[in-house]
Design a protein. Structure first.
Length: 240
């Protein structure tokens, strides 16, 4: 069974061949994210802001309103004709609403949960995702306890976007990052408790590892703030 973040792709030659899907790589059950934990999956966050700071729907609409007002003032002062004013205003409205719509629905395309080959949630509800992953893991162990099994549990944390189930929000003295670590620790404890409860503890090999380096808080690159920390030769290390 594979539960959690896959992030190794889905398709190869066509958009429906599932060539890289977990079930085509030896797994018999999959519940999780076919992509990574994208910033766009967090409500109110847009990955485009890492490239163009401030590029979000509200700012686009504000800019369009300012441009529209400017065009109106120019028209009132006879700087161009009424047809030209209507044409330019129409272009501004269409472009701004198109960009805003693209940014708004982008998450729906990339943020989804799959069960085997079926999309069961789109967009993702991040808040209780870790608890659902934990429930799926425990159910898989219970279902397969009478025969040898392998469970690959790949958490979507600790990774930006950071997210928590409500009991773990504002719980750690180490802030939002600490909340995420505590919830992941709780999840590991629940899974290990299930292994022990089912009498599998002495006959189960558990391996815990991380696929990234030390976490560094994500900082808006436009601010020029230093990304503290160091890991190897790469400045700033990993953000996960």
């Amino acid at each position: 069974g594979m539960i959690g973040k896959w992030h190794l792709g889905l398709h190869s030659s066509t958009n429906s061949d599932f060539f890289f899907h977990p079930l085509k790589q030896g797994f018999h059950y999959f519940y999780g994210l076919p992509l990574t934990n994208l910033r766009d999956c967090e409500p109110g966050k847009y990955v485009t802001e890492l490239i163009i700071p401030g590029l979000r729907p509200t700012n686009i609409l504000i800019a369009a309103a300012i441009i529209g007002l400017t065009l109106h003032i120019c028209y009132q002062n006879s700087l161009f004709s009424k047809p030209a004013f209507i044409f330019l205003l129409t272009i501004i409205v269409l472009v701004s609403f198109l960009l805003s719509a693209i940014l708004t629905i982008y998450a729906s395309f990339n943020c989804f949960v799959m069960m085997n080959y079926e999309v069961v949630e789109q967009p993702i509800v991040l808040e209780n995702l870790t608890m659902r992953f934990t429930d799926e893991a425990i159910n898989f162990i219970r279902t397969n306890k009478d025969s040898p099994f392998l469970l690959f549990m790949s958490f979507a944390k600790v990774h930006t976007a950071l997210f928590n189930t409500r009991p773990f929000s504002n719980h750690s003295i180490h802030g939002h990052y600490g909340d995420n670590v505590e919830e992941m620790d709780w999840s590991v404890g629940q899974i290990m408790a299930a292994v022990k409860e089912l009498g599998l503890k002495e006959n189960t090999f558990v391996y815990f590892t991380s696929d990234n380096g030390p976490h560094l808080e994500e900082i808006d690159p436009s601010s020029g703030e230093y990304h503290g920390g160091w890991k190897g030769i790469y400045k700033g290390g990993e953000m996960n």
